[in-house]
Each structure stands twice: as structure tokens, then as C-alpha cells.
Write a protein that binds this ligand. Structure first.
Ligand code: NAG
Ligand code: NAG
Ligand code: NAG
Ligand code: NAG
Ligand code: NAG
Length: 482
């Protein structure tokens, strides 16, 4: 009798164990397929961005991704939202990040809602847990979600990045990297994201991983041979460091102060030139015309950001108002935003002082753009992981839920400003879009008023909201003409 009850008990225990372990198994499965951002709850309200202007856009150059792939959006008549900027509704969402590299504890923080419209309070951009480990050299950050099961996100997002240990150049006590943890941006900011790519990043494994992402977000469509041949010229420490000559710049200063200059009409008559030039570094982009505008925009350029496409378009579109090409000076560095193999090929040609070997720019002499004296040390190229990270974590536009997802990317100016945020200790931003953008012409060098245009390949309103949030968080100082 007693042995019978004993057996029954054993059976029951076994059954219980089985149930518990299968529940656990299912739970683990769910947790593992969870993405860091709740993808499915982002409502599709893209029509807001689909306003087409016949005028120039803030960055008309990026409009054209390929000659055959124009990105004029279909005009929207009924659902155009008011353009007046309303402060984004801050939807509190939980977000944590364990960053062993940064040595700070997981923190529960509010994440600013990056929805841009006044009526878009239902657009919640929710970020979840991310764990980041850091070892020497390029490593992958493992995903270790620790929250309840949620919807998956599509594979093209790829919110997992290489980690690169470029040691900090200063011990600035209140630099951005130390302040960011205390802000709403702490959870999404990765201190060891590779901002720049260089020779040592080209491995078969990395090629296999990044080939999944097209355009600026990966190496999709670029064969391994081309990649090795082109990136191998970026083989010095200057190529992997944004502010490679700080030792010659610092003059005893503890912190690196950067001015990032967009081309917005707000700079016209601003008289900010001296202030801009007074920074340690001055970043500019695309059709940055300096001659004749020094009082308002300054005259130095230490970092010039462009893609081959935007550069060629700038030379075409702004020749009439005085744009002759990238700024040329002893201190100028050139940072390619690689959208296409065109960028890799032009970069190699510039580094080796040879004509571009093939593609759209075939036969072109790079000294026409970067001067005769440019050396490989002065060339840099954004890492596709960095661009994808910016898109996923700072500028996750609703465009990604549309058929335009492959041509959407952060604008060149946004990439430049966010790159400075990840490499400088202090950032002042000038000439970026502000809520009263309608009061200013598209560019500071426009001869007559041109309204800002909105196109599907960028989300300028979302970027404008981000600048406001970064300014309010004290991470950048945004010039607002007030
Ligand atoms: C880059 O690769 C070269 C050649 O393989 C190697 O000698 C060098 O140590 C590497 N540099 C870094 C910083 O990993
Ligand atoms: C970098 O590449 C150039 C050729 O592109 C080569 O002459 C030079 O020795 C390389 N330097 C290093 C440190 O590998
Ligand atoms: C610093 O300046 C010296 C002298 O002009 C120069 O030789 C050296 O290459 C510079 N260093 C960097 C990192 O630019
Ligand atoms: C370096 O610092 C000294 C003392 O603060 C200052 O007088 C000098 O003008 C600075 N030099 C440069 C090049 O900024
Ligand atoms: C901007 O324009 C609005 C009207 O469109 C006007 O009320 C406001 O005063 C202007 N602001 C500035 C700074 O010019």
C-alpha cells in the first residue's frame, strides 16, 4: 500500500516538473525572440512625412539615392498635419541598459517619445533592455533581453552592433559621455559603438553579418574584394579616430568642444561666425558655402561630412550660389557616409591619388574634390553599424514601416551631429532645424526664400524633435536664434 502511494507521489512530482520545465522552456523561447523595441505598436502614420514641396528640401541632395531611384514622395492632401512643432509627449517607458564597459549600473529610465506630431501621442517608441559587454577589439554585443515576451521586429532592423574599444581621448569631467547616463538618452546610447570603419574591420565574418543590410546600414551589395581593396587604405590610427589630432589641438584643455554647423537658414545674419570658429573642432556638411558668409557661419572646417551622392549633387545644385566643393584646409578631414560602393571607390581613389576606377565617378580625379595634398590620414568613413544604430535608436522613423524602408536613413546633417555627440565632450549645434523653421529659408545661402522640403528618405521633423530633446537634456547646445 505505502509503496503504491509512494509511486503515485513520484509520478505526480515528475509530471509537475515536466510542466514547470516546459513552461520555462516556452518562456525562454519567447524572451529570446523578443526585439529591443516593440515594433508592432508603432502606428502607421507616415502620411505626416509625405508632404511634398516643390521647393528645395533641407537636404535636396539626399533625395536622389540612385539616379534611378528618386524619392519624391506621393503628395498627401488630406492628412497633412500642422507644421507647428509641439513638444513631443513624453510617454514614459521602461528601459534599462547594462553597460559593463561604462561601468554603470542598470538604470530604469524614461525614454522620450520621439513621435513628432502633436496628434501623435499614440506613437510610442518603446525601448527595452540591452546588455552590452566589451572586450578588446571588435566583438559582437550579445543580446540578452530580460523583459517579458514581446513582438519581434523585422530582421532588417538588426539592433545588434559591433563593439569597438577606441579609448577616450580626454578625461573631461562633465563630457557628454559621462552626462548621458543621467539623461533620458542613457539607455540607448552605446559608448563603444564604432563610429568609423577602417581596415581592420574587414573580415569575412563582418562581411557576412553586414551584407544583410543595404545602403548606408550595412555592406549589402558590396562584394568582399571591393571592400578589402578600398577599406585597406584606411589603416592608420587617424582613420579610426574622429578627432585624431587632438594632441596638437588641446593646448592644455581638458574637454573637446565641437561646433556642428548645418546649412539652415537660421544662420543667416546670426553673426555666429566667431563663436563657431572658437571651438576646437568645426563640423560641416554638404553644400556648406563659406566664402562670403564667414561672419555668420565661421571659416574653419575640421570635419566635412558627405556621401558621394550628396557631394555630386551639391556641386550641381549649389554651383550657382557659390559652392565649389568641399572645404580645403590643412586641418580639414573628410568623412564619407557610405551609401553605395561609389563611396568606397571614391575614398580609395582619394587616398591613393588615382582616378576612380569604376562606377558612376569612373575616371574622375579626386584631387578636384579634396585637393592635391590630401592624404589617407585625412579620410574617414562612417561605420554602417553606426548609421544603423542611429536609425534604430535615435531616428526610428515610421518610414521604416513603409515600402520606403530601404531608402530611409538619418540625413547627412543628422549623422554628422550625432557623430559629434559620440566623439566630442561638448557639442554646440548651429544651422539645424528648429520648430520655427518656417521663419527661415531652407539654407543660409539661399538668395531668396525657399521653404524647407520634406522627402521620404529622411525624417526631418523627427530629427528636429530629437535636437530639441537633446538640447533639453543638456547634451547639445542648439542655436535657436533667441
Ligand atoms: C590591425 O591589423 C594589423 C594587421 O593585421 C595589426 O598589426 C594591428 O595590430 C591591428 N590593429 C588593431 C588596433 O587592432
Ligand atoms: C597602410 O597601407 C599602405 C598602402 O595602402 C601601406 O603602404 C602602409 O604600409 C600600410 N600601413 C600599415 C600600418 O599597415
Ligand atoms: C602634430 O603636429 C606635428 C607638427 O606639426 C605633426 O608632425 C604631427 O603629425 C601632428 N600630429 C597629428 C596627430 O596630427
Ligand atoms: C593656448 O593657451 C594659451 C593660454 O590659455 C593661450 O594664450 C593661447 O592663445 C592658446 N593657443 C591657441 C593656439 O589656442
Ligand atoms: C515667425 O513667424 C511667425 C509667423 O509666421 C511670427 O509670429 C513670429 O514672430 C516669427 N518669429 C520670428 C523670430 O521671426
Amino acid at each position: 500500500m505505502s509503496s503504491m502511494t509512494g509511486m503515485a507521489l513520484q509520478k505526480r512530482l515528475l509530471l509537475g516538473l515536466l510542466v514547470v520545465s516546459s513552461v520555462l522552456f516556452v518562456y525562454v523561447l519567447c524572451v529570446n525572440v523578443e526585439g529591443p523595441l516593440s515594433w508592432s505598436i508603432m502606428p502607421l502614420r507616415f502620411s505626416q512625412v509625405l508632404r511634398s514641396d516643390s521647393q528645395d528640401s533641407e537636404e535636396p541632395l539626399d533625395r536622389q539615392i540612385n539616379s534611378d531611384q528618386r524619392t519624391h514622395p506621393p503628395p498627401v492632401s488630406t492628412r497633412t498635419v500642422p507644421h507647428e512643432h509641439t513638444r513631443a509627449t513624453h510617454t514614459p517607458t521602461l528601459k534599462t541598459q547594462t553597460s559593463t564597459a561604462a561601468g554603470h549600473k542598470p538604470a530604469e529610465e524614461k525614454v522620450p517619445d520621439v513621435s513628432k506630431s502633436s496628434s501623435g501621442s499614440d506613437a510610442v517608441d518603446k525601448a527595452k533592455t540591452r546588455t552590452r559587454t566589451s572586450t578588446k577589439g571588435p566583438t559582437m554585443q550579445p543580446r540578452r533581453p530580460t523583459q517579458a515576451p514581446g513582438p519581434t521586429e523585422p530582421p532588417f532592423i538588426g539592433d545588434t552592433y559591433m563593439s569597438d574599444n577606441v579609448p577616450p581621448q580626454t578625461d573631461c569631467p562633465d563630457g557628454i559621455r559621462s552626462r548621458v547616463a543621467k539623461t533620458d538618452f542613457g539607455g540607448r546610447f552605446l559608448k563603444n559603438i564604432p563610429v568609423l570603419q577602417w581596415a581592420n574591420h574587414t573580415t569575412r565574418e563582418q562581411h557576412q553579418r553586414l551584407s544583410k543590410y543595404p545602403g548606408a546600414h550595412g555592406w549589402g551589395g558590396i562584394d568582399y574584394k571591393t571592400l578589402v581593396e578600398t577599406l585597406s587604405v584606411l589603416n592608420s590610427s587617424a582613420n579610426r579616430q574622429m578627432l585624431d589630432d587632438w594632441e596638437n589641438h588641446s593646448n592644455g584643455s581638458e574637454c573637446i568642444r565641437c561646433a556642428v554647423v548645418g546649412n539652415g537658414g537660421i544662420l543667416k545674419d546670426s553673426k555666429k561666425g566667431k563663436e563657431i570658429d572658437g571651438h576646437d573642432y568645426v563640423f560641416r556638411t554638404n553644400g556648406a558655402i563659406i566664402k562670403g558668409f564667414e561672419q555668420d557661419v565661421g571659416s574653419r572646417t575640421t570635419h566635412y561630412t558627405f556621401s558621394t551622392n550628396t557631394l555630386m549633387n551639391s556641386m550641381r545644385s549649389y554651383a550657382g550660389v557659390g559652392y565649389k566643393g568641399p572645404p580645403l584646409s590643412e586641418e580639414t578631414r573628410y568623412i564619407f557616409l557610405p551609401d553605395h560602393d561609389r563611396d568606397y571607390l571614391l575614398m580609395k581613389a582619394a587616398a591613393t591619388h588615382t582616378p576612380v576606377e569604376r562606377g558612376n565617378e569612373r575616371g574622375k580625379d579626386p584631387s578636384k574634390y579634396f585637393g592635391k595634398d590630401v592624404s589617407a590620414r585625412k579620410l574617414k568613413m562612417y561605420h554602417p553599424d553606426f548609421i544603423r544604430y542611429l536609425r534604430n535608436r535615435f531616428l526610428r522613423s515610421k518610414a521604416l514601416k513603409t515600402k520606403y524602408k530601404d531608402i530611409y536613413r538619418p540625413s547627412t546633417g543628422a549623422t554628422m551631429l550625432l557623430a559629434a555627440l559620440h566623439t566630442c565632450d561638448q557639442v554646440s549645434a548651429y544651422g539645424f532645424m528648429t520648430p520655427d523653421y518656417k521663419n527661415y529659408s531652407d539654407h543660409y545661402y539661399d538668395r531668396s526664400y525657399h521653404s524647407v522640403g520634406f522627402f521620404i528618405n529622411h525624417d526631418l521633423r523627427m530629427e528636429m524633435t530629437l535636437w530639441q530633446q537633446l538640447h533639453q537634456a543638456g547634451l547639445i547646445q542648439l542655436y535657436m536664434h533667441k
